[in-house]
Design a protein around this ligand. Structure first.
Ligand SMILES: Cc1ncc(COP(=O)(O)O)c(C=O)c1O
Length: 392
């Protein structure tokens, strides 16, 4: 499947790939030309005719944002909202859930730090209880343990699909099936999976799915999206409402929008929206399956290459692995390796407990290098990267 991609074209579309080895796609990917063109053209329009006027002129692309995400996630356009980040998207849904003291929320050790902090605030504020499901021997969420931990008070499962700090892919569809079996609301953080794995909310079984623009989707920074299942929408009173989310009905009422845009803000970056829409259209045109197959193939090749080198340890866990590769170099912190690589024009980021505070493995490691590949990366870059890693 990966052969269907024209790698020369992908690299032409990604000019910085000529100068850099960018293995930081899990941080922020290099945006391809169609995305930067969409953003620049919109800003130029704002400069030339005015912000509100440019928005009116971009209506077709703004509306197509919802169709593009509906095609990507296999959902309805009315189930999609724009957000400024994955975290805000996730927050908007989770802070709106009808939770009461004593209700329980299941999550996993790999949960993203911001989600965990928000859950902790909810537990302190509302008296809900957070239960962290352990990992199985492979490192992914232990489905049997999750089933055993469901109580009559459990209302919600919150899971990170692809954790920020490790190459594993959690078995989200199995968790979705469990959630459906027990009538629980399933909130899936797809921040790191959107753009690198095919996502179908029907097979994932999630009621809520959140993601960001800048990572594997290759959109602009400061953009994100939220999916909320139609059946759940009507039950969620957004934690914040403004005049985009609702229409005032004086003297004492307001009517919420019926669709997922009840979670949006009136003001947002229109250039960001059209840029993220362009990123999703670009991915759909390339083919999600083809992109995903190439990402996973390159990551596996990077993992194998690094694992074969003396003094390098690869730390990825999980039965199924993602485009994220975590490793350490003997005698060097993750930060020191990342800095050394950046000085040689190879971009990576650092995995640390700050991103996944419950995860015992990263706490023991302290830090690791997080190298993350995308479809425009090549085997040749992997070979050069491996040489840089060991050259110290
Ligand atoms: C798994 C996961 N969830 C959520 C986020 C937060 O995304 P954002 O910074 O867009 O809010 C990240 C960011 O690294 C992440 O890795």
């Amino acid at each position: 499947m990966a052969e269907t991609l024209d790698i020369d074209r992908l690299r032409r579309d990604t000019p910085a790939s000529r100068d850099l080895i960018h293995f930081n796609n899990a941080g922020a990917s290099l945006i391809p030309n169609p995305v930067s063109d969409a953003v620049f053209q919109h800003l130029d329009l704002e400069r030339r005719i005015g912000g509100y006027e440019a928005e009116a002129a971009a209506q077709a692309d703004i509306e197509d944002f919802y169709d593009a995400f509906a095609a990507l996630l296999h959902c309805g356009r009315d189930e999609v909202a724009y957000a400024e980040s994955a975290t805000r998207a996730w927050d908007m849904a989770v802070y709106s859930l009808p939770l009461r003291a004593g209700d329980r929320i299941l999550t996993h050790e790999s949960e993203y730090a911001s989600n965990w902090i928000a859950l902790t605030q909810l537990s302190q504020r509302l008296g809900v209880v957070i239960d962290a499901v352990p990992s199985d021997a492979s490192g992914q969420v232990d489905i049997d343990a999750m089933r055993r931990m469901i109580t009559p008070e459990t209302r919600v499962i919150a899971l990170t699909h692809v954790p920020t700090h490790n190459g594993l892919v959690n078995p989200a569809a199995e968790v979705g099936a469990l959630a459906r079996e027990y009538g629980l609301i399933f909130v899936l953080d797809a921040c790191q999976s959107a753009g690198q794995l095919p996502l179908d909310v029907r097979t994932l079984g999630c009621h809520v799915l959140s993601g960001t623009g800048r990572k594997f989707l290759r959109g602009p920074r400061g953009t994100g999206f939220l999916y909320v299942e139609r059946g759940l929408l009507a039950m969620l009173e957004p934690a914040f409402v403004d005049m985009r989310a609702a229409t005032a009905r004086p003297p004492g009422g307001y009517d919420l929008r019926p669709d997922a845009r009840r979670f949006e803000s009136w003001e947002s970056s229109i250039a960001g929206r059209v840029g993220l829409r362009a990123a999703v259209r670009y991915l759909l045109e390339l083919g999600v399956d083809a992109v995903s197959a190439r990402v996973l193939m390159l990551a596996s090749s990077l993992r194998n290459t690094l694992a074969s080198l003396p003094g390098i340890a690869v730390h990825d866990r999980g039965a199924l692995k993602s485009g994220i590769v975590t490793f350490t170099v003997d005698g060097e912190s993750g930060e020191a390796t990342a800095k050394r690589l950046r000085e040689r024009r190879a971009n990576v980021s650092v995995a640390a407990p700050v991103g996944a505070p419950l995860d015992p493995q990263i706490r023991v490691l302290g830090s690791a290098v997080r190298a993350s590949v995308h479809c425009y990366n090549t085997d040749e870059e992997i070979a050069r990267f491996a040489a840089l890693v060991t050259d110290h």
